[in-house]
Design a protein around this ligand. Structure first.
Ligand code: BGC
Length: 371
């Protein structure tokens, strides 16, 4: 009897090592990768990079994109769970993802919130993203520098219009608050005036909703810019437009170009994601800046995080910092603080336009067109 107990004990320990060792089970999925949408170019790249990184580390992985529809993404995640996935990487659309995250927690499946926090959930422990407050600061700083705001006077203030991202995406609030932390002092001094709604921060919900772009749908931003041009901004010439990401910046620029007033000189515009089309636009002197977030590095870091946790190793992600101090809020789901790892974003303007190319962010064919 003692022997049998001993054998069972050894088997049990061996099994738990097999799991902790991150070994794969034949026929089963290891990592399910759920990406939110394809209408923003970056997510196509993110999904492919995550799948490749998982494969490199010997995990069986599958990726699905959800077309900005949370019900679709929940079905995709459920299918990953049915296939026996032991880890999930989720770039969610909205907090409706919470129900499947709770299911994953019940099945002891590791969940990593990828780039976007999973709000209103206490059922997961890890979030990997960029310093999103800094993303906003970089966007605003590029506009401040381009407008030469430090030399502006209250007698002749510069004029700006504000756009924000999707109110369903926690990142949108950090991008905006980071930007306003840079812009508000100039607005207070009277050297910068906001045309259209002016939420001083994202906590002014009513005004924030007026400048927000549901589900990051760039056509909505284009329509809003067109409306501004015929209403609030009709009698003035704008110097800058705060745009939260590249597709929105390009949509805003399209609307501006249709207005005779801006045909020879566009307002300065910010962006984010270093999308290929935007790199061309920056090179051509249309969009002013973008924020380069090395999503290849983010994908590698997310898979490394999974690998280390599944093997029971201490988490150590080169190039990422564990959010602490003020940045700890980035990891606040509203229900708990999750362990949050932050990578560093980089501002790109015409003067350092090769930075993402040099980092290997583009395919060889794209890089050839950009150099
Ligand atoms: C990401 C941005 C992206 C946006 C729209 C945000 O959560 O951080 O990189 O532009 O979603 O997809």
């Amino acid at each position: 009897m003692k022997r049998i107990v001993m054998v069972l004990f050894v088997l049990l320990v061996a099994c738990s090592f097999a799991f902790a060792g991150g070994r794969t089970t034949p026929g089963k999925l290891d990592v399910g990768i759920a990406m939110p949408e394809t209408h923003v170019q970056r997510w196509v790249k993110d999904g492919n990079s995550l799948r490749d990184e998982a494969a490199k580390r010997g995990y069986r992985a599958e990726v699905q994109w959800a077309d900005a529809n949370q019900a679709t993404q929940n079905q995709q995640i459920q299918s990953f769970l049915t296939q026996g996935a032991r880890a999930l990487v989720i770039g969610n659309i909205n907090d409706g993802v919470g129900s499947v995250v709770a299911e994953a927690a019940r099945d002891k499946v590791m969940v990593v919130a990828y780039d976007r926090i999973i709000q209103n959930s206490a059922d997961y422990d890890y979030f990997i993203t960029f310093n999103n407050f800094k993303v906003g600061q970089l966007q605003a700083q590029s506009l401040v520098d381009s407008m030469n705001l430090n030399a502006a006077t209250a007698a002749n203030p510069k004029l700006i219009t504000l756009f924000a991202g999707s109110p369903t995406d926690g990142n949108a609030f950090f991008f905006f608050d980071g930007a306003m932390s840079i812009l508000n002092p100039y607005i207070d001094r009277g050297v910068l005036r906001v045309i259209g709604p002016y939420p001083r921060s994202s906590s002014d919900t009513a005004n924030f909703m007026r400048i927000a772009t549901e589900n990051w749908q760039a056509p909505l931003a284009k329509t809003r810019m067109e409306n501004l041009l015929t209403n609030d901004a009709r009698a003035v010439t704008l110097d800058a437009v705060l745009c939260p990401n590249d597709p929105i910046a390009r949509a805003v620029i399209e609307a501006l170009k249709a207005d005779a007033k801006y045909r020879t000189r566009l307002p300065f515009t910010s962006g984010q994601d270093a999308e290929f089309d935007t790199m061309i636009s920056i090179r051509n002197g249309e969009q002013t800046s973008t924020v380069f977030k090395d999503t290849g590095a983010l994908a590698a870091a997310a898979i490394l995080l999974i690998d280390q946790v599944m093997k029971g190793q201490p988490v150590n992600i080169p190039g990422a910092v564990l959010a602490s101090g003020d940045l700890r809020e980035i990891g606040n789901t509203g229900r708990k603080y999750v362990n949050t790892y932050l990578l560093d974003p980089v501002l790109v303007t015409r003067s350092n336009i090769n930075a993402p190319v040099d980092a290997g962010f583009f395919t060889a064919a794209e890089a050839a067109q950009l150099r």
